[in-house]
Design a protein around this ligand. Structure first.
Ligand code: PMP
Length: 401
């Protein structure tokens, strides 16, 4: 249908569809193996699906409380206390929303005003920039270290301005899987302690740590936790990204402001999903799931990397999360958007959809950051992983430098 008459400009005239949507559509159009978008190709655990079904059948089908199902908030409070020693009040400091995304959005809407700057560390998840801009702010991009993708405290320090309102960190990082250390937390605390800058820590991949790493997040540092918000997602933890159940942690005074937006935006979400998740997590099956989640994904990362050993792909093993960055500069000099498109177009038998890294840099590629890197999602069945490995090997062998 055509709009009649002149259309007044929207607030995001230059934003198109995301690279994830674009690559998945391309994968579908060419019948390529889709290892691009970040979701598992396997189902959530059976006991969890049963718990959600039971909740539906038990009548949990009307609005959940605005802040979230109380049993779920109690589980969250206990979990974060056990993992980090940080106490969040169940009534006032935990909010459940429609995925982490909705709560991040609410946070930007609640705190960012026209003229404010928000520091974003790149490569960065694509939601932050449009969400900040919709709120009237602008982002200031600070690159992560080009080799380790760890945060560079002195670069963050250089980026601080009187108008800096907020710092967004994403650990483990999407796309690179990089994490932070207790030293990073302390350095950040020292840098920000005399400012009123709010920290928003997107930790949706938090517990998916590899090689025995401890999941270190904002809540491990009381000084930072008391000036920041932590976003998390059951979608990632329970292989259920389509359910869109996430949560936010933060001090009451900050959370109160976020809830002012949340209550008119999402208000409340997925009552049977919340109730089912709460029930499942208290069962032995749920406890086992959480206890073995890190090794489950580490085995998938290892399978992928072992399969690529000895090839012309190169990498640093992801420290956490379910993405692996691969470097193809040894066999193809073209830019990452061109190659990902080309590899998708190889079609049903040989095609593979991956995500180029350059769209994760909202203001372009900074000095020292390679344009020949791609992101692979390894949250896939072993059969998909093995097929993916075969296709990746074929690509690296057929393309001559
Ligand atoms: N943050 C990051 C870094 C993500 O990768 C994602 C999901 N791709 C989200 C937030 C959104 O999480 P949810 O699906 O719970 O909204």
């Amino acid at each position: 249908m055509r709009h009649s008459g002149a259309l007044s400009p929207s607030k995001l005239p230059s934003i198109g569809t995301t690279i994830f949507t674009e690559m998945s559509a391309l994968a579908q159009a060419h019948g390529a193996l889709n290892m691009s978008q970040g979701f598992p190709d396997f189902d959530p655990p059976h006991a969890l699906r049963q718990a959600v079904t039971d909740a539906m059948n038990a009548g949990q089908n009307q609005y959940a409380p605005m802040a979230g199902n109380i049993a779920l908030r109690e589980w969250i409070a206990q979990d974060v206390m056990t993992r980090t020693g940080c106490a969040y009040d169940v009534q006032n400091e935990i909010t459940v929303g429609a995925g982490a995304s909705s709560l991040l959005f609410a946070t930007f809407q609640a705190f960012v005003k026209p003229g404010d700057e928000v520091i974003v560390l790149a490569p960065a998840y694509d939601l932050y920039q449009p969400a900040v801009e919709l709120a009237g702010g602008t982002i200031r991009v600070v690159p992560l270290d080009p080799l380790s993708y760890h945060m560079d405290i002195s670069a963050i320090s250089d980026a601080l301005r009187p108008e800096t309102r907020m710092l967004v960190v994403n650990v483990p990082n999407n796309p690179t899987g990089s994490v932070w250390s207790m030293e990073d937390l302390e350095a950040l605390h020292q840098l920000l302690k005399d400012t009123d800058i709010l920290i928003v820590s997107d930790e949706v991949y938090g517990p998916l740590q590899h090689d025995g790493r401890q999941a270190i997040g904002l809540s491990h540092h009381l000084g930072l936790a008391s000036r920041g918000l932590v976003a998390a997602s059951f979608g990632k933890l329970l292989h259920a990204t389509g359910w869109k159940i996430g949560y936010l942690l933060g001090p009451e005074a900050i959370m109160k402001e976020v809830r002012k937006v949340h209550q008119y935006d999402v208000f409340s979400t997925g009552a049977p999903f919340q109730a089912g998740i709460a029930s499942y997590l208290q069962q032995p099956a749920g406890r086992d799931h959480m206890a073995t989640l890190a090794e489950f994904y580490q085995a998938k990362r290892n399978r992928l990397l072992k399969g690529l050993e000895g090839s012309r792909w190169s990498w640093q093993p992801a420290e956490a999360g379910y993405f692996q960055v691969l470097d193809y500069s040894a066999f193809d000099q073209r830019d990452d958007r061109t190659v990902t498109r080309t590899w998708c177009e190889l079609g049903v038998d040989h095609g593979i959809a991956l995500i180029p890294l350059s769209p994760f840099y909202p203001t372009g590629l900074p000095a020292g950051h390679s344009s020949q890197r791609v992101r692979v999602c390894f949250a896939k069945n072993d059969a998909t992983l093995d097929e993916g490995i075969e296709r990746l090997l074929r690509i690296s062998e057929t393309i001559l430098t």
